[in-house]
Design a protein around this ligand. Structure first.
Ligand code: FES
Length: 140
């Protein structure tokens, strides 16, 4: 069998991949989940905002499965900058695109501190509350 040569195509690189957790779990699950309604609405808002601002050639908004920061969700991570945001709500989408993606600024009120990442069991504070990451504390 003859092989053909695949030409190298130089595509512009994406500057930001925004991964939006769209994981669902049954109600009452101890870890909660980022997309209770299963609507992927947060991801769709990111996608629309990227398109509205003409950033589709360099920014992608992808849905993801569980990012393992469930208690701090809804969770969003932006690569390759490795910026983790928690408690992300619809009202935050435009601000994240404007400030973080375009402006290069980290939103401290949404940022999940490195000390809280991947610390199963270490997230609960003594009072049984979940640590704050961005928005309201999640209690379930
Ligand atoms: S369900 Fe979203 S991070 Fe786990």
């Amino acid at each position: 069998m003859r092989r053909y040569r695949i030409p190298k195509i130089r595509m512009p690189r994406f500057t930001h991949h925004i991964f939006v957790c769209c994981n669902q779990r049954e109600p009452g699950h101890s870890r909660g989940c980022c997309d209770q309604e299963g609507s992927e609405s947060l991801r769709n808002l990111f996608k629309a905002e990227v398109a509205r601002r003409g950033l589709k050639s360099c920014v992608r908004a992808n849905k993801s499965g569980c990012l393992d920061q469930c208690e701090l969700g809804p969770t969003v991570v932006i690569y390759p900058q490795e910026i983790w945001y928690g408690g992300v709500q619809a009202k935050d989408v435009s601000r994240i695109i404007e400030e973080t993606v375009i402006g290069g600024r980290i939103l401290e009120d949404l940022r999940i501190d490195d000390s809280l990442l991947n610390t199963k069991g270490g997230r609960l504070l003594r009072d049984g509350q979940l640590p704050k990451a961005g928005g309201e504390r999640r209690t379930s």
